[in-house]
Design a protein around this ligand. Sequence first.
Ligand code: XMP
Length: 319
Amino acid sequence: DWTMAAFREEAVKAIREQVGDGKVICGLSGGVDSSVAAVLLHEAIGEQLTCVFVDTGLMRHGEADEVVTLFKDHYNIPLVHVDAGDIFFKGLDGVSDPEKKRKFIGGAFIDIFEAEAKKVGGADFLAQGTLYPDVIESVSFDGSNAVTIKSHHNVGGLPARMKMKLVEPLRELFKDEVRELGRELGLPEAFVGRHPFPGPGLAIRIPGEVTRERVKVLQLADAIYLDEIRKAGLYDKIWQAFAVLLPVQTVGVMGDERTYDNVLALRAVNSTDGMTADYYPYDHSFLGRCATRIINEVRGVNRVVYDITSKPPGTIEWE
Ligand code: XMP
């Protein structure tokens, strides 16, 4: 019968078979999936692996540090840290279309991995933490499938010009199974239990144009929202919670001043695999607390709304 320990053993064997004595680059996005993939790969092929953490500038507040600390201190797995904020903000300048954002970000990741592969003397493989639901819901970068919901940035094969082949050891797993594998590999519970975070990061939680200023506003508001969720003991009861900064300004009043600032939407859903989801039924008092704190503490937001759309017909992310 099937156990995670057995899966781990099989996966290690399969990775060794596929990779041989080749070199592998593994992109870390900061999420649970790519972290579990990296630790598994490290177990399988040790020093043949180079982990690349791309700091896009589009991560949640504090998230980049958490990942770097986990790998360096807890696992002692060497990590190349690429500070790529300038590349991402420049490329996203003036881009509002969600699929264009996703495609640019996916392409930029590939360019960075290719550059890093050259630095290690040519890597033969690129490893990714692709899960089964990503495989189902996505299409290749060239959009060849008939039905596209979203181009997940880590799915769809590689551009033809690229020499590296893909290694995707989690391709048959669902999220809860990846978490179990993470535990099996000794990842700290606080890390394994983290909410999913999309590869394109906060860029797809800022409908319209993405700027450094807007990312900062969203990071602050999102951190307050998560802080309230943790304080209320709800973090582990929710599949995924996050804030979305809307490109809509509304009129408000602060003291006796008129304000004209952004609307922020709060989102929280429960799900078992991300393919369907129900909005989380918070108490109104909890939502009120979040709204008050965010509007008082975050300059640039003067109205907060809660998204009560389930999936389908909505998707979890707004873009
Ligand atoms: P949607 O918005 O499609 O999201 O209902 C389903 C789940 O997938 C996550 N997501 C992504 N994860 N790369 C990822 O690694 C992506 O491009 C991506 N887009 C969405 C989303 O956060 C949710 O958990």
